[in-house]
Design a protein around this ligand. Structure first.
Ligand SMILES: Cc1cc2nc3c(=O)[nH]c(=O)nc-3n(C[C@H](O)[C@H](O)[C@H](O)COP(=O)(O)O)c2cc1C
Length: 304
């Protein structure tokens, strides 16, 4: 994405909609009032079976908020962010004030540029190992946003949990029905996961040198601020990997099942609350998924 000379608010919204979301459900909407951007969770787009507590939707919206912050900085504006500005309104996740001007740090510009070419890559990765300096940069990226990324020493155990979660979900009719509605689409919809973006399976036995990590938050209590922050951390990790040429896929199945979620924390040696499992490696290009246009998910209440 290019940010030079663009209207900062527009650039921020274009960046926001590129965030990852479960099944590409895009559970967000935005309100723009002058120099203020409101980020809202859209309850109509929650995955009611896989995500009954809206946890993954908050992660996705957190990722969108990080994109807004990075795009504004890259456009030379200072974002002032207030998370959960109204604790009595559970779907109002952030207000971002567009202040400025600022000279962006080169790293902010690099991460902002990566927003446009980051992809979930579900394909098999090559045998090339992710070097230590990249691992360390990924861990730092999570820490910068107040979350924890723990590289799993026993990837095989996590693999077992993913398979167990798959078995549980395969036996769940409602889950299967929801999955069918959102995935293996023909690519003509502007949401959902097209068949072309699918991989051979959710786990990683097909990777020769799997690097698997658990992203956790330190708390997870109401009003779930930690989940919004974990979403920002998730996106910073994904963008950091993208700038290093490292592919990533997300695995949320074992975290979606309460009994397995605790086990994920133990395997990942992760403190606190596992939010998502990530698989990193060097892969072949994955296709982009579509998005609803920014205009379709943005209101300008002042103009009503
Ligand atoms: C919280 C969250 C959980 C996700 N869980 C999975 C998952 O379990 N399996 C998977 O293949 N992709 C998962 N994804 C990736 C989404 O399917 C992906 O972001 C979406 O299809 C958009 O594609 P993109 O990431 O390439 O832009 C998840 C994404 C988020 C934000």
């Amino acid at each position: 994405m290019s940010f030079d000379g663009q209207d900062p608010v527009r650039a921020a919204l274009e960046a926001a909609i590129r965030a990852p979301s479960p099944h590409n459900s895009q559970p967000w909407r935005f309100e723009v009032d002058g120099h203020r951007i409101g980020v809202f969770l859209d309850p109509a787009r929650i995955l009611r079976v896989a995500d009954p507590d809206w946890r993954e939707a908050r992660l996705a919206c957190g990722a969108a908020i990080l994109n807004v912050r990075l795009a504004l900085r890259a456009a030379g504006r200072n974002p002032v962010v207030h998370l959960l500005p109204r604790w009595d309104v559970s779907d109002h996740l952030a207000t971002v004030w567009v202040r400025g001007p600022v000279t962006p740090a080169p790293d902010d510009v690099a991460l902002a540029r990566a927003i446009g070419y980051r992809r979930s890559n579900r394909r098999a990765f090559t045998a090339r190992e992710v070097p230590v300096w990249v691992r360390e940069a990924l861990v730092r990226a999570a820490a910068e946003e107040g979350a924890h990324l723990a590289v799993a020493r026993r990837a095989g155990e996590l693999d077992e949990l993913v398979r167990e979660a798959e078995r549980v979900q395969r036996d769940d009719l409602a889950f299967r029905d929801e999955l069918r509605r959102w995935t293996a689409t023909d690519g003509s919809r502007d949401d959902g996961v097209p068949a072309a973006a699918a991989g051979p399976g959710p786990a990683w036995p097909f990777d020769r040198k799997p690097l698997v990590a658990v992203l956790s938050s330190y708390t997870d209590t109401r009003p779930r601020l930690a989940q919004v922050r974990a979403g920002q951390a998730l996106q910073r990790v994904l963008l950091r990997a993208t700038t290093a040429g490292v592919s990533v896929s997300l695995l949320s199945q074992p975290v979606e099942i309460p009994a397995l979620r605790a086990a994920v924390g133990r395997v990942g040696a992760a403190p606190g609350n596992p939010q998502v499992v990530l698989r990193f490696g060097y892969g072949f290009a994955a296709p982009a998924t579509r998005r609803r246009p920014a205009a379709a998910v943005t209101r300008h209440p002042g103009d009503d």
